[in-house]
Write a protein that binds this ligand. Structure first.
Ligand SMILES: Cc1cc2nc3c(=O)[nH]c(=O)nc-3n(C[C@H](O)[C@H](O)[C@H](O)COP(=O)(O)OP(=O)(O)OC[C@H]3O[C@@H](n4cnc5c(N)ncnc54)[C@H](O)[C@@H]3O)c2cc1C
Length: 494
């Protein structure tokens, strides 16, 4: 960074002068960019290690892709809503336990394909006729056989390819697995569910990595009271500046300067960037000096998926007591499903979920048109359906604070992309779901751990630089002290 340029800037917080005058024993300063769970975890960890931390957040709220809306008179998660991996190994388990939050178990399977048990699904075709349960189960078996065959395709083909292409290779090789009519439509629904998991379409999901995720055990638990209490508890007492959109990061040898939208600058010893990968892909933050090619190409090489929710509150329940109401159709794009929140929370709410291209297409509609679109489907399934009393529509794909829902692998993606994404650059550290370790990208628990990891690396770096390594304890205490408890996770199933 050019020192002259730095001194001529109008500095307000953690000024250059105060930074330079800092005594050896005064706390290190760290700026965390983004008040999602990753940034908040990083900030909490450093705060507890007596670092001076401020969090700069572009939105007027904390939580990022965790967003619990209360306008229905009860919590509704429009972003993340499941704890994927209801087990002690889940880094969020101590926190959720400590807060006494109940989880509603929607599926015991630890695979990425079934986050709901099939016995709690009811399927309908686009005319609203119910699909017999035995067809759903039979097609489910065929689907499993197709998935087993595509693993063989992977072993036979050295080059990566989209999963859709692999399915068509399997169906050409095994015509007995081809389905017609209603069964074909049910198969498309299973593919639609897989697309929802990866938040991208089957012609994008890579054959090479689709089943390589390290999924935690214990199945999938819906946060009955929403994810909001988790974020709020972690954020307590932190210095979080809302409506501070970072536009530039200038990384110097001894300090980093961060510029926000209105031109104000913040200076610190180090910066942790936790903005979504969509923001970095769109170059919404300028880096000086420019990011090295290996980092910039990692940002380009990773994908960003999209998922949206349309939550509908009714005056009464007119649907059956199952967890998922699915719509089968001739293409996976036209399939869909509603999550029945009544089952988990007792409130008459259905949440329609859309992923990939369809999720982007929904964002082109007004909220009213989007709600009408799903109501048309619901009316065919349940002719006595009442009009929704209220509705909410998410727009994660076009929201300038997220530009997508979570990271996804792309076909032919180099193996070291995630390593390069998380690698620090001098005083600059990277957190956020996309950089999480152990294949936990896309998850809340992955984002949380990535924040702790970035904080730990940042702390180690600063202390090493100062030569204080032996004298100062390394945190993060969040993990070990604050919420550690022996109470089991509370699971319910109605
Ligand atoms: C619809 C949907 C459903 C999901 N479902 C689940 C689920 O059920 N279970 C699960 O485990 N995960 C789920 N996820 C993923 C999960 O929400 C994310 O992995 C996680 O919340 C990401 O946390 P983060 O801190 O990395 O990023 P974020 O929460 O996105 O935080 C980043 C923060 O940076 C801010 N920011 C952006 N640009 C700037 C800027 N220029 N300057 C300052 N601040 C900026 C943003 O406003 C945001 O607050 C879902 C996500 C979506 C969108």
């Amino acid at each position: 960074m050019d020192a002259k340029e730095l001194f001529s800037t109008n500095l307000i917080d953690g000024t250059v002068t105060s930074h330079i005058k800092r005594q050896c024993n005064s706390p290190h300063t760290v700026i965390v960019i983004g008040a999602g769970i990753s940034g908040i975890a990083a900030a909490r960890s450093l705060h507890e290690a007596s670092f001076k931390v401020i969090v700069l957040e572009s939105r007027d709220r904390i939580g990022g892709r965790i967003y619990t809306d209360y306008s229905f008179g009860c919590p509704v998660d429009m972003g993340a809503s499941w704890l994927h991996g209801v087990c002690n190994e889940n880094p969020l388990a101590p926190l959720i336990r400590g807060l006494g939050l109940t989880l509603y178990h929607t599926g015991g399977d630890n695979s990425v394909i079934y986050d709901h048990d099939l016995e709690s699904c009811m399927l309908f075709n686009i005319d609203g006729h119910q699909v017999p349960q035995h067809i759903m189960i039979e097609v489910g078996d065929t689907y499993k056989r197709i998935l087993a065959e595509i693993v063989k395709v992977r072993n036979e083909h050295p080059d990566d390819m989209p999963i859709l292409q692999a399915i068509s290779i399997v169906l050409n090789k095994h015509p007995e697995l081809r389905l017609q009519g209603l069964a074909h439509e049910v198969l498309q629904w299973y593919i639609c569910r897989m697309e929802a998991w990866f938040a991208s379409d089957a012609d994008i999901i890579p054959l090479k990595t689709w089943d390589q995720e390290h999924v935690l055990t214990g199945g999938h638990g819906l946060m009955v009271k929403g994810y909001d209490p988790v974020v709020k508890a972690l954020a307590n007492d932190l210095d979080i500046r809302l409506n501070h959109r970072v536009t530039k990061i200038s990384n110097g040898y001894n300090m980093v300067m961060v510029t926000v939208e209105d031109g104000r600058n913040f200076v610190a010893d180090a910066v942790i960037v936790t903005v979504p990968i969509g923001i970095l892909k769109a170059n919404l933050i300028e880096f000086t000096p420019k990011l090295p090619d290996w980092k910039a190409s990692a940002i380009n090489d990773i994908g960003m998926g999209n998922e949206n929710k349309i939550a509908l509150r009714f005056d009464r329940v007119f649907w059956p007591n199952v967890e998922v109401l699915g719509i089968v159709a001739p293409t996976s794009y036209a399939c869909g499903y509603f999550l029945n929140l009544h089952k988990a929370t007792g409130h008459p709410i259905l949440v329609y979920m859309a992923a990939g291209r369809f999720a982007y297409d929904l964002e082109k509609l007004s909220d009213e048109s989007a709600a009408n679109f799903v109501m048309q489907q619901l009316k065919k399934m349940f002719p006595d359906a009442s009009k929704p009393v209220q509705y909410l529509v998410s727009r994660w794909g076009t929201d300038p604070n997220s530009l997508g829902c979570y990271a996804c692998d792309l076909v032919g993606m180099p193996d070291d992309v995630y390593e390069r994404l998380r690698a620090p650059l001098g005083n600059l550290f990277f957190g956020g779901e996309a950089v999480s370790m152990d294949d936990h990208q896309g998850y809340v628990h992955g984002a949380y751990s990535s924040g702790l990891m970035a904080a730990e690396n940042c702390q180690r770096h600063l202390l090493q630089k100062q030569g204080h390594m032996e004298n100062l304890p390394l945190v993060p205490s969040v993990r070990h002290e604050m919420f550690e408890t022996t109470i089991p996770l509370q699971i319910s199933r109605i």
